[in-house]
Write a protein that binds this ligand. Structure first.
Ligand SMILES: Cc1cc2nc3c(=O)[nH]c(=O)nc-3n(C[C@H](O)[C@H](O)[C@H](O)COP(=O)(O)OP(=O)(O)OC[C@H]3O[C@@H](n4cnc5c(N)ncnc54)[C@H](O)[C@@H]3O)c2cc1C
Length: 508
């Protein structure tokens, strides 16, 4: 299978990119690990479930319906192929020539339509979104402790409420829709504990007021929480979870400016589920694999550097949505559309729609995203919530004490070495969950700030998604090597090229 544009990810960004590129007349293949279009924000249950449970329709559904219908028309016209239930586990770039520049290796069931193992494209739009960013605390490995996104995904995608008495905690505006959704679906939300402080939020009050759409959305969630009498506390966090076989209660404490718990403010709240989230981590495996230049964003995430047209530093590769910086659904839609139009432009198609309006919209939304990131920083005092026996890596059961030993006593100066010594991040999730906290903790023990190299060390995974050994063995290259070997070579090339790439790329 060969196409003009391969789009990875069918969330808001990938959907908008696919529709824009197809409308310009290009042949598009949209690959997504999920069974249904929509990504995280527009996650929805299958039709058969929909009538049975609570209404979980997110804001902006009309925009999703418009894009979904447009995509369906393009699929019917043969301009778009939607490979649902397929994940890209490895992407390779070839030397520039007349033909396809990219080969994507896929892993999927095909949902009865036949699985595709490999495809080629002339350009590539990476719209792989983000996943949750939890912070460890004593007891966070107990059953019943979920990420905020996990609790919301259960509800939006399966109409399952994670518990009867739920505590929601962390930082960022995302806590509001999570708590409001759970309360509306019948859970008793015992409280929302926002670690951020009110004065930090107030500093940006005028900028928030200017964004009428988001303000109205936030007010809607606040009204739902009020209606359900859900307490909302700023400057507080869940600092420990307790229980034998599952979570039975949490300790909540007031935090000082650096997020160190204020002694004497602790109180215990009974619950059977906890939803925690401290922002999001962009899914960077594919851009890093391809050698795209990266940078550290204001929220401490590793993100792809893009220019005004969403071009990365690698020719033919575009990035949109959360991979270029966590900024919300509207920004993802605008960036996706721009990326689709730019890919069309690169392939010599004149696009009917002048992007000026979109550029202005993207600039405003990026400004708002930067404001949010500044209003909800993760402060370093959370490391003080940990005890030596608190697990940092839940997959490999690595306690904080072992990570501390690897850095303090065994000479690890960076998180990747700490990983090799302590096995932190070596389990099933490959550091997707513990990568960010490990980077922060390693730097803290070394008495420095975490930097781009620390974060990139964890994002560098030769295989972007888990793949069966049988599929890996079958996937042989023209030159007789297997993709995993080539991934290692691409990694090294990317590592060497990255600083130059970062300098060359024009940041918007
Ligand atoms: C769990 C979670 C819940 C969220 N809920 C909200 C919310 O309620 N409100 C809000 O304002 N914001 C929410 N966000 C933020 C949200 O991600 C963005 O606002 C928006 O969805 C970003 O769009 P996107 O297209 O960049 O990425 P996403 O919507 O994350 O879409 C990315 C898509 O790429 C697919 N993908 C990733 N890697 C691969 C691969 N290798 N191969 C194939 N497919 C791949 C994923 O399956 C996904 O469908 C949430 C984020 C997360 C992580």
């Amino acid at each position: 299978m060969t196409c003009d544009v391969a789009v990875i990810g069918a969330g808001p960004a990938g959907l908008a990119a696919s529709v824009a590129a197809a409308a310009a007349g290009l042949r598009v293949v949209l690959v997504d690990a999920g069974d249904r279009l929509g990504g995280q924000y527009f996650r929805h249950p299958p039709d058969a479930l929909r009538t049975a449970g609570p209404d979980v329709t997110p804001h902006g559904w009309a925009e999703f319906a418009r894009l979904r219908d447009a995509l369906t028309d393009h699929v019917a016209a043969g301009r778009v192929t939607h490979l649902a239930g397929h994940s890209v586990w490895y992407a390779e770039a070839h030397a520039v020539g007349a033909g396809a520049r990219f080969t994507l290796h896929l892993n999927g069931t095909g949902n009865g339509t036949g699985a595709v193992q490999e495809m080629r494209s002339r350009t590539l739009v990476v719209a792989t979104g983000a996943h949750d960013r939890p912070l460890p605390f004593p007891g966070w490995d107990l059953p019943g402790v979920l990420t905020a996104g996990g609790a919301q995904a259960l509800l939006k995608g399966n109409l399952v409420v994670a518990g009867r008495r739920i505590v929601v905690a962390g930082t960022g505006p995302f806590l509001l829709p999570v708590a409001a959704g759970l309360a509306s679906a019948g859970a008793r939300v015992e409280g929302v504990f926002e670690a951020g402080r009110p004065e930090r939020f107030a500093r940006h009050g005028v900028r928030f007021l200017r964004n009428a759409g988001k303000l109205a959305e936030g007010a809607g969630y606040a009204a739902t929480l009020l209606r359900h009498r859900v307490p909302f506390r700023m400057g507080h966090a869940v600092v420990a979870a307790h229980g034998d076989d599952a979570v039975e209660s949490v300790t909540v404490a007031r935090l000082d400016r650096d997020w160190t718990p204020v002694p004497g403010t602790e109180r215990v709240i009974e619950c059977d589920a906890v939803a925690v989230g401290y922002g999001f981590t962009p899914q960077m495996e594919i851009p890093v694999e391809l050698g795209c230049a990266t940078r550290t964003d204001a929220d401490g995430s590793l993100v792809v550097v893009v220019d005004a047209a969403q071009r990365t530093s690698v020719p033919g590769v575009y990035a949109a949505g959360e991979t270029t910086g966590v900024g919300g659904v509207q920004l993802a839609l605008a960036e996706g559309e721009l990326a689709g139009l730019a890919a069309a432009g690169e392939l010599g198609v004149r696009t009917a729609r002048p992007p000026r309006r979109l550029l202005a919209r993207r600039a405003g939304l990026r400004d708002f995203a930067a404001t949010l990131q500044d209003a909800y920083p993760v402060r370093p005092g959370w490391a003080g919530w940990l005890r030596p026996d608190t697990l940092v890596c839940r997959c490999e059961e690595v306690p904080y004490g072992r990570l501390d030993e690897a850095v303090r006593d065994l000479g690890a100066t960076d998180p990747r070495t700490a990983k090799l010594i302590s096995r932190v991040g070596m389990g099933w999730c490959q550091g997707r969950i513990c990568g960010y906290p490990t980077a922060c903790l390693t730097a803290r023990i070394r008495k420095r700030e975490p930097d781009r190299t620390d974060l990139a060390g964890f994002a560098r995974r030769p295989l972007a998604q888990p793949v069966r050994l049988g599929d890996l063995a079958q996937s042989t290259a023209d030159d007789g090597t297997d993709p995993a070997d080539r991934a290692d070579r691409t990694d090294l090339a990317g590592l060497a090229d990255e600083p130059d790439g970062a300098d060359r790329a024009e940041e918007v």
